[in-house]
Design a protein around this ligand. Structure first.
Ligand SMILES: [Zn+2]
Length: 566
């Protein structure tokens, strides 16, 4: 029994085991005839006295275990030793002054690393190893680090202490799949210094930000650099979005409903937007307004104010100001400034989209009643309310006021139309316009992965504009190269892009040219920053688990921790 509970080299003899409440007490004493002075290493067998220690130990059957150990104190026989007495050695199981056994502390520490202070405390309470959250945190702070001595392939990226304000850097050993360092800054100098301290690095994977490129180039000139593949594809998509934002017609074509009768669609002027129709209803032929068909989403001309701001941005840019300076001066976001600087003309945004409202499911009923002559909004509201409509009268009123525009002026405000008048309907069947962002996926995503509707939208878009066909072809070729890691096609591809005359793709290609070696490596080597992003997610999880209160030292320890033989 004794050997079962205590390590063989600890000659403890159990005298009594009792259970009170949720705790098991084990009484034992240490049988040792001699021991070694920790100061002068003289062996002594002169027992000076005995005392008790009451450490906590690993739980037993889910119950907390407390040991009560009687320990000898020996007198040091060496007259020259400043130490007169010393306690019997139990260092393996129980270091001097410890209140818990080493094996319990190991469990506490592992839990602290994985769960943190407060969550760890709660779990350990349930497992019969109660401890305070503060002690767990202290355990982490006091524990040592076991980091690999050498590293061959690293990935580096930044992470946010506070998004948009302060950033740090994380370095991941891509071969061992383990974070190996956390820096409190992403400044080029600090990262460069880190690289200089690790001359054994052969490959650096990083995103396409200037800071890390410079740090890797200066700090680890011996290493090959690899551009992050995700960012390559991301930048490609940005280029496609940028292109589509200029091609208003083709994004409109995406939204076109497939059922539209082409003749009819052409018969409707693009400006015929029911919401904006200011024409006298009598003058409009019913066949045109009470249409079942759609009118293409129009893009409103830029407002004078937006045009003015756009001109101001362009003006300042030509005068040599940086985007940041312009954004400060005009009090605009840097994103908008960049968009204006890159655009050829002031952006036009689609006219308001038709969205589903609470009223949508009730429209068939309302339309039927309206055409039957009931043009009293309150009455209609009461009717659908009785059937379960939960919206307010105003919603029905708005709809009715739209419809009322088509009534003859003399009848417009009658509650009930005479049987001779059959009210027409304005139906909001305009399809929801697509954004360039959304349409860009039709070009970027694998064709096989699109559903039927998206396939149709994609074909419509390609039909409208031969340039889209070129963009689609070039984009797919690039994606293929990234997926298959076939870098040999890169040079002809870059030439193709130059020859295509498509501006946004050309600027994407110029970006690739400025970082060509790393891009080539990305298209041939297996390394990429995906793993680093995963580790950053883990870091964010740990950071938030600590409610953002932890300082860097604690965060660092927990992020770098690796469970033994996990
Ligand atoms: Zn001594």
């Amino acid at each position: 029994m004794d050997e079962l509970i205590f390590p063989a080299e600890m000659p403890l003899r159990i005298e009594q085991i009792t259970k009170t409440g949720g705790q098991i007490d084990i009484y034992a004493h240490l049988q040792r005839t001699q021991d070694c002075c920790p100061n002068c290493h003289t062996t002594s067998s002169a027992v000076h006295g005995r005392y008790w220690r009451h450490p906590q130990d690993l739980p037993w059957l889910g119950l907390t275990v407390r040991l009560h150990l009687e320990v000898q104190r020996f007198a040091c026989g060496n007259n020259g030793c400043p130490r007169k007495t010393f306690a019997g050695g139990m260092t393996e199981l129980l270091p001097a002054r410890a209140r818990r056994t080493t094996r319990l502390k190991e469990q506490h520490l592992a839990t602290a690393y994985l769960l943190g202070g407060e969550a760890g405390r709660r779990l350990l309470q349930l497992l019969g190893m109660p401890i305070s959250g503060d002690t767990l945190i202290r355990d982490i702070r006091q524990s040592g680090e076991t980091l690999p001595a050498t590293v061959r392939v690293v990935g580096v990226d930044d992470w946010a202490f506070k998004k948009g304000q302060t950033y740090g850097s994380i370095v991941v050993d891509l071969e061992r799949q383990q974070p190996i360092d956390l820096l409190d800054t992403r400044e080029t100098e600090a990262v460069t210094a880190w690289f200089q301290a690790h001359p054994e690095i052969e490959i650096v994977s990083r995103d396409r930000g200037k800071e890390f490129i410079k740090a890797a180039t200066d700090g680890a000139p011996q290493a090959e650099q690899v551009a992050d593949r995700w960012h390559l594809l991301h930048n490609l998509r940005e280029a496609v979005v940028n292109f589509l934002q200029q091609q208003t017609a083709c994004v409109q074509a995406v939204a076109q409903a497939p059922t539209v009768d082409q003749d009819q669609a052409e018969a409707i002027p693009a400006e015929c937007n029911p919401a904006e129709a200011e024409v006298a209803p009598e003058a409009v032929p019913t066949s045109l307004v009470a249409q079942e068909s759609f009118s293409p989403p129009t893009r409103q001309a830029p407002s004078p104010r937006r045009q003015e701001r756009f001109d101001e941005v362009r003006h300042l840019k030509q005068a040599g100001y940086s985007n940041r300076a312009i954004s400060r001066q005009l009090k605009m976001s840097t994103t908008t400034v960049r968009k204006y600087v890159e655009a050829e003309q002031c952006p036009r945004y689609p006219a308001g989209r038709v969205s589903n409202s609470k009223l949508t499911p009730w429209l068939p009923y309302l339309e039927e009643r309206w055409q039957a002559g009931c043009t009293n909004a309150s009455q209609l509201w009461r009717e659908i309310k009785g059937q379960g409509f939960s919206g307010c009268l105003g919603l029905v009123g708005l709809w009715a006021s739209e419809q009322r525009k088509l009534l003859p002026a003399s009848q417009r405000y009658s509650r009930q139309q005479p049987e001779t008048v059959q009210p027409s309907l304005i139906r909001q069947t305009r399809p929801v316009p697509w954004s360039a962002q959304r349409a860009s996926w039709l070009i970027i995503l694998d064709k096989e992965k699109l559903d039927d509707e998206e396939q149709a939208a994609r074909s419509r878009m390609l039909e409208v504009d031969p340039q889209v066909v070129t963009v689609e072809r070039l984009a797919q070729q690039f994606i293929q190269m990234v997926k298959e890691r076939s870098g040999q096609g890169l040079d002809p591809w870059l030439q193709d892009v130059t020859a295509s005359g498509i501006k946004s793709l050309q600027s994407f290609a110029n970006g690739l040219r400025s970082d060509l070696a790393a891009v080539r490596n990305a298209l041939s080597m297996p390394w990429s920053n995906g793993q680093v992003e995963g580790q950053i997610n883990r870091l964010k999880f740990i950071k938030r688990q600590m409610y953002g209160r932890a300082k860097l030292d604690l965060l660092r320890k927990r992020v770098l921790y690796r469970a033994p033989s996990a």
